[in-house]
Design a protein around this ligand. Structure first.
Ligand code: C2E
Ligand code: CA
Ligand code: CA
Length: 792
């Protein structure tokens, strides 16, 4: 197909003019703006130089990040550099440095230059070097350098190179800013994590309830927020406690942070950096926060403790309030229940129980009104302090409402009672002065014991309070015991006053010992006397043992009492044995004597002395040793001593009784089973216990000989005793007929008013002159009884 010139000329592509340097630069600029890293930029620049500029050697120098006095030579890819890439040059004494310092692009004619870089360029035939700073804003990154092998022509348009350097500089700035932004973002992210962990730690610290918990949290969590390798805490005034490990002290690596509670330094936290360069600024700031968390956590614990204290303690006296008191009571009750399972629970003098005492100040209201509330409050504080001093560290004094109450830890009832007496005295000792007059302050104290059977604090408290009311009713300034039987107020009063009296009697050796003869009913049988204790009233009248023995048993005084009786009875017995010379002065006609056939005057002293022992004493751990000592030191041949134990008591505590009896028999004394017949113990039981005497209870002896059943029963007991080789004694023998019947049954000995009344032990054992007016009203009958008794 023919083509027209116009056509052909129209079809001709336009003549391709070489792109202008400006256009090329624009293209480069676009490329640079898209580049993400300095390396990519350098590549673009190098290509540009290769293609568009008559530049032989192009390099870039970048200021060394770690040493700003040096620049590093970066070769442009594809460009033959005169100096090896990676070479470091000092800024001082280089033409590159001159440009960096001046900030202005410059063409150096190398002939005239002495700088080290100029020197090495010259050696390679470079005659001129154009150096332009790479800058962005205030930051200079380095220089852009072109080496010319021939002197540059004006056509070489150095302006374009300047533009190129500016372009590159600004793009380096952009990338740098981006990197910086990224670094910052990363740092912020790390900060956020650290802060989150710090928050975590803070909230954990705030849940800690003591310093140890705080330290445990720190040692497990501080390394999440700061680079630490060790941690410790020292309280003010005490040595450092390492929380993680022992900290070798290195001042460059260790930081000490003070911990404050209420503006007062209470301790310091020690942390050691895990970095060889020590803590970074961020770490330091973080650790300062950690220390302040610790301060606040400790402050919180203190506040909480104070709040708890205020809630649980009486603001006036500082004594515990209801809640803590109830808790302490529950604990005491639990302990009592556990103790019951682990011990036999026998009630002896060492048997300890818990107790509650209720203290009410006598006439306090009146005094408070008289002296004013301030003085009244002071008095209450003083009383609280005294109560606290009087009781032991295991006791819990408290103020429930307006009253004082003490939960008393385990003691014997006697010790409890004494303690309450001390409280009464402590209150009475308070000098209370009102309107320049000394007013007497006294307290009424109610004491209630409790053991595992107590049902609630309310119940025990009510008993103690009732006892306190009783103490008040009796005039105050005293202790009253709870009533075990609410109806029996009188018994409680008696018990309380009896405890006091028994204590005094034991202390003052004021018991009176009587003895009652046991006469032989069969030929060749033994003569004996049973010791019976009494307390003498001021008017000389005597208190029978039934009135006080049960109380002594209940309140743990019986061991002392029985030991006292044994010691004094045996002492009397020893004197009776040692001083038979007194015997002849008592003629049988004095109404008490009476010789047994074929015996001399010295035989008036009974062969055997019978002494009663309470089962409570026997069950007490320490009693055996105590009694053994009494027996061995008595000076009385031990086989002349017989201890009486009741049938019922020994039956209920068989194991204890058995071991006591066995041990004691080894030393010599023998045993009699007292009040036999009421307990209906079995033959096997008797055989095991191996007693020497049976004392048949008075209730079985009454009417024996008249009442066929009783006669049969006593006869049965006698044959049983015979089978076991046990001797029999009939108690409470009241008349001739009983006596005859008993003799016919073969009973060995008799005791009773018909045979002889109890009399002062010295007379009963024949070591003191007879006193006709004292206890001898029945002596005529005694004489008659003896006559009968010795008639065979
Ligand atoms: P028991 O061991 O049965 O002592 C005998 C009691 O019977 C004595 O009373 C005695 O006075 C009384 N009695 C004697 N003959 C007759 C009589 O014909 N008819 C009547 N109805 N009673 C008679 P007592 O002295 O009042 O002693 C009472 C209890 O006190 C004693 O009973 C004994 O269990 C206890 N007891 C006395 N002294 C002591 C002691 O030193 N230690 C201990 N643990 N208990 C003692
Ligand atoms: Ca007896
Ligand atoms: Ca008896």
């Amino acid at each position: 197909m023919p083509t027209t010139p116009s056509q052909s000329s129209a079809a001709l592509p336009p003549k391709r003019l070489p792109p202008s340097p400006e256009a090329l630069l624009l293209a480069l600029a676009t490329g640079l703006a898209k580049a993400e890293a300095p390396e990519a930029m350098l590549e673009l620049v190098a290509a540009h130089l290769r293609e568009n500029l008559r530049a032989d050697r192009a390099t870039i120098c970048l200021i060394d990040q770690s040493d700003p006095e040096m620049v590093e030579l970066v070769a442009l890819p594809g460009s033959s550099s005169s100096i090896a890439a990676g070479t470091k040059l000092p800024i001082a004494s280089t033409i590159v440095g001159t440009v960096i310092r001046s900030g202005e692009p410059q063409l150096f004619v190398l002939d005239e230059r002495e700088e080290s870089d100029a020197q090495s360029l010259k050696k390679q035939g470079v005659v001129a070097a154009f150096v332009a700073p790479l800058r962005s804003g205030e930051t200079t990154y380095g220089t852009f350098n072109i080496g010319f092998l021939q002197k540059p022509e004006p056509s070489d348009s150095l302006e374009l190179l300047v533009l190129l350097a500016e372009l590159l500089g600004s793009q380096l700035g952009r990338v740098d800013a981006q990197a910086e932004l990224q670094r910052e973002t990363e740092a912020r992210r790390m900060d956020a994590i650290r802060i989150e962990r710090l928050h975590d730690m803070e909230s954990h610290l705030f849940q800690a309830s003591n310093l140890n918990e705080i330290l445990a949290i720190l040692s497990s969590q501080v390394s999440d927020v700061a680079a630490i390798s060790g941690l410790g805490y020292s309280k003010v005034g005490s040595s450092r406690t390492p929380a993680t490990e022992d900290l070798p002290f290195d001042p460059n690596l260790t930081m000490e942070l003070s911990v404050f509670v209420e503006d007062e330094m209470v301790g310091s936290l020690w942390v050691r950096s895990s970095q060889p360069t020590g803590f970074s600024e961020v770490d330091q700031a973080t650790l300062v926060s950690v220390a302040s968390f610790v301060s606040r956590a400790l402050q919180r614990i203190k506040d909480r403790d104070e709040l708890l204290f205020i809630a649980n303690h009486d603001h006036l006296t500082g004594l515990v309030r209801r809640h803590l008191f109830d808790e302490a009571f529950e604990l005491a009750l639990r302990n009592a229940k556990e103790a019951v399972h682990s011990t036999s629970g026998s009630a002896d003098e060492n048997h300890e129980v818990a107790a509650l005492c209720f203290i009410d100040l006598d006439h306090f209201k009146l005094m408070n009104d008289m002296a004013g509330h301030v003085a009244g409050d002071g008095l209450l504080r003083d009383i609280a302090a005294r109560i606290q001093r009087t009781v032991g560290s295991n006791d819990v004094p408290s103020r429930l409402g307006a009253d004082f109450t003490v939960l008393l830890s385990n003691r014997t009832p006697e010790r409890h009672y004494q303690l309450c007496q001390s409280i009464v005295r402590a209150v009475a000792d308070i000098p209370f002065i009102s309107n320049e007059r000394v007013v007497e302050m006294t307290a009424s104290v109610g004491l209630a014991f409790f053991d595992h059977r107590a049902s609630s604090v309310t119940e025990v408290l009510a008993s103690a309070e009732a006892a306190c009311q009783e103490a008040k009713r009796l005039g105050g300034d005293q202790v009253a015991l709870e009533s075990t039987d609410d109806v029996d107020q009188a018994a409680r009063r008696t018990a309380a006053s009896w405890i006091k009296r028994l204590q005094q009697t034991i202390e003052n050796d004021d018991f009176v010992l009587h003895a009652q003869p046991i006469h032989p009913l069969q030929p060749g049988s033994f003569r004996a006397a049973e010791v019976l204790v009494r307390i003498q009233n001021e008017d000389g009248s005597l208190v029978p043992p039934d009135r006080f023995i049960p109380i002594a048993e209940q309140y743990g005084l019986i061991c002392q009492l029985d030991a006292w009786v044994a010691r004094n009875a045996l002492d009397a017995m020893r004197r009776a044995i040692e001083e038979p010379s007194l015997s002849p002065s008592h003629s049988p006609s004095s109404g008490e004597g009476g010789h047994l056939p074929g015996t001399g005057p010295a035989d008036l002293t009974p062969e055997l002395i019978f002494i009663n022992l309470s089962i409570n004493s026997i069950s007490a751990a320490s009693f055996f040793e105590r009694l053994k000592e009494v027996v061995l030191n008595s000076g009385v041949p031990t086989d002349r001593i017989v201890f009486e134990i009741t049938e019922t008591g020994s039956m209920h505590n068989f194991e204890t009784t058995l071991s006591f009896v066995n041990k004691m028999r080894e030393i010599g004394p023998r045993f009699a089973m007292d009040d036999f017949g009421v307990g209906l113990s079995s033959l096997g039981y008797l055989r095991q216990l191996d007693v020497d005497f049976l004392k048949i209870d008075g209730s079985l002896i009454h009417d024996v000989g008249r009442d066929p059943i009783k006669t049969t029963m006593v006869g049965a007991i006698k044959s049983m005793a015979d089978a076991l080789n046990i001797r029999t004694i009939a108690e409470h023998v009241a008349d001739d007929r009983e006596l005859t019947a008993l003799r016919n049954l073969g009973i060995d000995g008799v005791q009773g008013y018909f045979v002889g009344h109890p009399a002062a032990i010295e007379r009963a054992l024949r070591i003191a002159p007879a006193d006709r007016n004292y206890g001898m009203a029945q002596s005529g009958i005694d004489q008659q009884a003896r006559d009968i008794a010795t008639r065979s």
